[in-house]
Design a protein around this ligand. Structure first.
Ligand code: NAP
Length: 238
């Protein structure tokens, strides 16, 4: 049996990843988000509000001594308010850091605490963003939180290099490309007055240049299957 823990499975990339992996007969998925839109005999939904880091801390990773593979995919992410710094609401700043970096850090810490000395295949895949690797007008909190996710992942990879190869947990931080989801719709609905790159995102949609979540899901899962050695990845370069 393979066990996948995936955050943000109610829609978009996370839902496509969960549905893809559930097509394999030997996989069980625990999905974490505030809404549940998957019904499957091997899918268990866990209500978690990742904007409340205490919720993430309360999630108990189960004993899985016989699992062939154990995977945590930190996919949930938000960009609440597309406005320049100085015009942000305090609660949006707190919300976005909590969902994008604080709760994933807590889940990763507890995953490693639980499974460090297992010897089966164990993988953490964080869904990052190209936005964590270059600046974008009006996305300061989002860019900073994804940059933090990349650096957190690189540090964990360094820490894991001190363990015996059989105990080592693999970690990836992956930019998924520009994918047609609710997040992209929200970006297109922002105001040009606040966001100088609005036209670029509107045109990506107009010109059919957005990837669909199903194709992105396949590429993310390929990284886990193919045992990539790099930590920082972009699906557009696979
Ligand atoms: N789409 C893109 O072009 C793109 C590009 C680069 C990176 N990404 C990254 O890809 C990941 C997935 O994004 P997406 O485009 O699929 O976004 P999406 O369609 O908006 O889905 C976001 C998911 O995150 C969950 N989520 C949001 N707030 C949450 C909270 N407080 N607690 C628990 N879950 C929460 C949502 O579930 P509930 O609302 O049900 O809780 C939902 O399932 C994100 O990390 C995003 O930053 C996306």
């Amino acid at each position: 049996m393979k066990k996948y823990f995936i955050t943000g499975t109610s829609r978009g990339i996370g839902k496509a990843v969960a549905e893809n992996i559930l097509t394999k007969p030997d996989v069980r998925v625990s999905g974490m988000s505030r809404n549940c839109n998957i019904s499957h005999s091997r899918y268990e939904h866990v209500y978690v509000d990742l904007s409340k880091p205490g919720d993430a801390g309360e999630f108990n990773f189960p004993d899985l001594p016989d699992a062939e593979e154990i995977v945590l995919i930190n996919n949930a992410g938000v960009i609440s308010n597309i406005k320049r710094t100085g015009q942000q609401k305090t609660e949006d700043i707190i919300n976005d850091y909590n969902v994008n970096i604080v709760s994933p850090s807590i889940l990763i810490n507890n995953f490693i605490k639980k499974y460090q000395y297992y010897t089966n295949k164990r993988v953490i895949l964080n869904v990052s963003s190209g936005a964590g690797r270059h600046t974008t007008d009006a996305w300061s909190v989002y860019c900073a939180s994804k940059a933090a996710l990349d650096m957190f992942s690189r540090n964990i990879d360094k820490e894991q290099s001190f363990f015996n190869e059989e105990n080592r947990i693999r970690i990836y931080s992956v930019a998924p490309g520009v994918v047609e989801t609710e997040m992209q719709r929200q970006i297109r609905e922002s105001s040009e007055k606040d966001f100088s790159e609005l036209k670029k995102f509107v045109n990506l949609k107009k010109n059919g240049q957005l990837t669909n979540p199903e194709k992105t899901a396949k590429l993310l899962l390929k990284i886990i299957d193919d045992n990539f050695s790099e930590v920082i990845l972009d699906v557009r370069n696979l």
